[in-house]
Ligand binder design. Structure first.
Ligand code: CP
Ligand code: NVA
Length: 306
């Protein structure tokens, strides 16, 4: 049966770990595996802006011997003019996989239900699972085993990044803490799913409103923009409400002395994180951005071999 990657807990702990192992191998020997030789085409569709996702999928598909077809929704029939299910049926006759950055998770689910080729979530309002594979790869490279590590996400707990940290971290057996204002808490259903995953892996999931309590003794500190794509109209209120969750050197000093700092980028220096932290010695953001390439290549190899 076709496997898709729509949310982080679509992978079991052992599957997630196998993909990260493969990513490390592909990072060492970048052109060793060519499942897309032909070249076969992979459709990469964007309803929202992107730099890292666009580049890493285009480069990764080419590295695997394939040909990326980058589609902007604005210049296609998708996005109000044609349904995800009809689009899926058209694409599956011609492409090896579909990668889609969109708004509602339900569109991805509709796409996946109506196609025989793997569908990959390249960011939705709810989740950013490809980013999490890159983040976990980065943490593994710097810290070894993921299981048992404590990761604290600060800021917009309702964002795709926070919710993906909950799911992917729980699947990896990590202790995931999310600190946010109450009105920006993660969705109850996501917390419940993460909690269920954590119970099978020995991880845990805890929500906080106090950033100081949440960051105490953490191995990894993570944040993301306070104004995700699609939330621009709420910008002023969000900047005010989330200001206590800014990651500055004082907050960072409460985590473990060797704690890593991660941010998926793009960043708003001075808002969710100060320049001295994101550009400082504990930050691994450039490894994290590069690892999008290796992690997504491993994901595509794995999905295409199912
Ligand atoms: N981190 C991330 O997904 O970046 P882009 O929006 O540039 O793709
Ligand atoms: N949470 C951010 C991530 C950008 C990569 C957004 O959705 O805009």
């Amino acid at each position: 049966m076709t496997r898709h990657f729509l949310r982080d807990d679509d992978l079991s702990q052992s599957e997630q770990s196998a993909i990260l192992d493969l990513a490390l191998e592909l990072k060492k020997d970048r052109f060793s595996t060519r499942p897309l030789a032909g070249p076969q085409t992979v459709a990469v569709i964007f309803d929202k802006s992107s730099t890292r996702t666009r580049v890493s999928f285009a480069v990764g598909i080419a590295d695997l011997g394939g040909s990326p077809l980058i589609i902007s929704t604005a210049s296609s029939q998708l996005g109000g003019k044609e349904s995800p299910s009809d689009t899926a049926r058209v694409l599956e006759r011609q492409v090896a996989a579909i990668v889609w950055r969109t708004y509602a998770q339900s569109g991805l689910e509709q796409m996946a239900l109506n196609t025989t080729v793997p569908v990959i979530n390249a960011l939705s309002d709810e989740f950013h699972p490809c980013q999490l594979l890159a983040d976990l790869l980065t943490i593994r490279e710097h810290r070894g085993e993921l299981s048992g590590l404590t990761v604290t996400f600060l800021g917009d707990g309702s964002s795709n990044m926070a919710q993906s940290y909950l799911l992917a971290g729980a699947v990896a057996g990590m202790h995931v803490r999310v600190a946010s204002p109450v009105e920006f808490s993660p969705a109850d259903a996501v917390v419940a799913d993460a909690d269920r995953a954590a119970q099978t892996t020995g991880g845990s999931v805890t929500l906080y409103t106090d950033p100081i309590e949440a960051v105490a003794g953490a191995d990894i500190v993570v944040t993301d923009t306070w104004v995700s794509m699609g939330k621009e109209e709420e910008k002023a209120a969000r900047l005010t409400t989330m200001s206590p969750y800014k990651v500055d050197s004082q907050l960072m000093s409460l985590a473990k002395p060797d704690a890593l700092f991660l941010h998926c980028l793009p960043a708003d220096r001075g808002y969710e994180v100060t320049a001295d932290v994101i550009d400082g010695p504990q930050s691994v953001i450039w490894d994290e951005a590069e690892n999008r390439l290796h992690a997504q290549k491993a994901l595509m190899v794995w999905l295409l071999s199912r």
